[in-house]
Design a protein around this ligand. Sequence first.
Ligand code: UDP
Ligand code: MG
Length: 316
Amino acid sequence: MDPYLSIVIPIYNEEENIPVLWERLSGVMAEHFADPAKPWEIVFTDDGSRDRSLAMLMDIARAEPRVKVVEFNRNYGQHSAIFGAFAEVRGQVVVTLDADLQNPPEEIPKLVAKVEEGYDVVGGWRQGRQENDSFLRTMPSKIVNAITRRTTGVKLHDYGCMLRAYSRDVVDAMLLCKERSSFIPALANSFAKRITEVPVAHAERAAGESKYGLWKLINLQFDLLTSFSLLPLQMLSVFGVLTAAFGFLLFIGLVVYRFMHPEGTAQGVFTLFAILFFFVGCQFIAFGLLGEYIGRIYQEVRDRPRYMVKKVHQAK
Ligand code: UDP
Ligand code: MG
């Protein structure tokens, strides 16, 4: 029988956290998901850990047949690791969470209940966010959240929280996307009809260090910006139009000035500026136009499914 609930956990050098994680997680599973009609599975992805993480996961898997371990040959990053597990899961409800116990496993039943209510994507919204990580880690994620809200158009409070639940349909749709760089929460939202957030507790990282430095975050932000909107390219045209218009108006202004003050001194430099602005503007409009084509090519090669049929209804 296929599992009903699948838990996905990416692991990268988490040897200090795995024992406690497993203890708490298996406790939650035993307590809340004991119904034999709704079997569960847990899929860990070992994202190229260099410590004892893999060996520890294998030990767990040997003792518990409902645990699967996907081993990557090297480190590909958290989102790839989650995708690697998505390809393996078979549950109707899929929950992702971090291994560092920042996302308490005890919150899983809440998320699952929301999916059962009919939501396709349920995001965790971290309450009382406390980070042992520095200002350098919290500040960027605030910016990430703000920009994501703009670029994806979905108003969630917390895009960074990876304690999330998805319906089977959304996971299937994501698996059909062939793009390399993807930000799972935003991608999931683009395939969901009903999206909601539930407040979840948020703890400090139990042990080890955050695997995200400033650089990885900036990278993630670029992934997000470029894979969900053509806005940066379109801004080129907007900038071009504004500059050209400014040049043109300056030119008109100069002509008018000339007629009103025929005896005035020559405005040669200003005229040159007007012409310069106009042509620079035209260039940017041309860039924007090129960008528009490139953007479309990019959208084509990504090969995301255009739509997903949930069901075809017809009277028997
Ligand atoms: N992770 C991963 N591959 C990576 C980086 C992180 O699988 O290259 C995992 C990591 O083991 C953890 C989760 O992704 O389970 C979140 O990582 P981390 O806690 O470092 O991120 P933060 O909480 O600082 O955003
Ligand atoms: Mg963390």
